[in-house]
Design a protein around this ligand. Structure first.
Ligand SMILES: [Fe+2]
Length: 345
């Protein structure tokens, strides 16, 4: 394949004439936007140890009252994209959010989809579309696009959670906006009761529920039990992983990002195929190594890391006696919808 012509090969007056008319020659940039064989991701493998994040987050609690922050968050930013872009990958935003006892993060809604993975603390809750969802460690709470949500805290210790949003993508699409609202009338969480048994769905006079987001809270206590049960039944070389899905459709629980929980048996090593979407790994419990090509990220409980797409990742449980539990967020639903989803090797 011959080298393509460069910008500097063109006469300066020609380049100038193009620029003045808002025109750009494609061939000098063609390989950059469509590189051979595989993309060249800007997303880098980055590890955010919780022991480094937490003191700085607590300091933010002293420095900035909630009224001045609305959401008190330290963004886990990937330097590959530039820290100012506040993105972990091309489509994923990650933030560690702190809510102190008695604080209230007022009701709002926005076009980007969000989920919360609770990292530490008890007594906080998120009200989503009027449903009051308790926040306990490892719980996944959805706040999908357009749904009102607010956070409150009746406990006596700080609560921290990991926010995962598709904000970079929605912002790139010039479709990101928010609206502030009034405090929501609250009803207790109902979806966990309605969808407590797999394969059984609630009906109202023979009609299925039409809500796009019928389930808003996925309790860690349920997910953990389900993973352990699976591990007990599957052959030892079969990965133990559960997807967070919409119980009415069986599809991904949100439109753009996908979420799953994975258990590593004691000492287990799991080689993940190189897939097109970037992924985030958050260690709910245990100790695990995440190897991203030649980089080794040694995670302890509550740590978070990310890996670019088209990259082989392997996961290893460092403990010989205990399981490790990992929450995974990725861009797979988006890639599948766009027809660019790919698995290699
Ligand atoms: Fe929000």
């Amino acid at each position: 394949m011959s080298d393509l012509g460069r910008l500097e090969d063109l006469p300066e007056e020609y380049r100038e004439a193009l620029t003045q008319r808002n025109l750009v020659p494609l061939w000098p940039s063609l390989r950059g936007v469509m590189p051979a064989d595989a993309p060249r991701p800007r997303t880098r493998a980055i590890h955010w140890p919780y022991r480094e994040v937490k003191p700085l987050l607590l300091r933010a609690g002293e420095l900035t009252p909630i009224e001045k922050a609305e959401r008190r968050v330290l963004v886990l930013a990937n330097p590959g994209h530039g820290l100012e872009k506040m993105q972990a990958s091309s489509a994923i935003y990650l933030g560690m959010q702190l809510l102190l006892p008695g604080e209230w993060a007022p009701s709002h809604r926005h076009t980007p989809n969000a989920v919360r993975m609770i990292v530490e603390g008890e007594g906080a809750y998120t009200t989503v579309d009027g449903e009051k969802c308790p926040m306990e460690r490892g719980d996944l709470i959805l706040t999908p696009t357009g749904l009102w949500h607010e956070h409150g805290h009746d406990g006596d210790q700080p609560v921290v959670w990991l926010d995962v949003l598709d904000l970079p993508l929605v912002h790139y699409l010039e479709a990101s906006w928010h609206e502030n609202g009034q405090r929501q009338p609250v009803r207790p969480v109902q979806s966990e009761r309605d969808y407590a048994r797999g394969g059984l769905l609630p009906l109202t006079m023979f009609e299925r529920r039409r809500s796009a987001y019928p389930m808003l809270r996925y309790a860690w206590s349920d997910a953990r039990v389900a993973l352990e049960r699976l591990a007990g039944e599957l052959p030892a070389d079969h990965p133990v992983q559960l997807a967070y899905v919409n119980p009415e459709t069986g599809e991904d629980c949100q439109n753009i990002l996908g979420f799953s929980a994975l258990m590593l048996r004691p000492g287990e090593t799991l080689r993940l195929p190189a897939r097109s979407p970037a992924a985030v790994f958050h260690l709910i419990e245990g100790e695990a190594d995440v190897r991203v090509e030649d980089r080794l990220l040694a995670l302890v409980e509550a740590d978070t890391c990310c890996a670019p797409g088209y990259t082989a990742v392997s996961l290893h449980n460092r403990r010989a006696q205990d399981p490790a539990f990992i929450f995974i967020a990725d861009e797979a639903p988006l890639h599948r919808k766009l027809g660019v989803y790919e698995v290699r090797g």
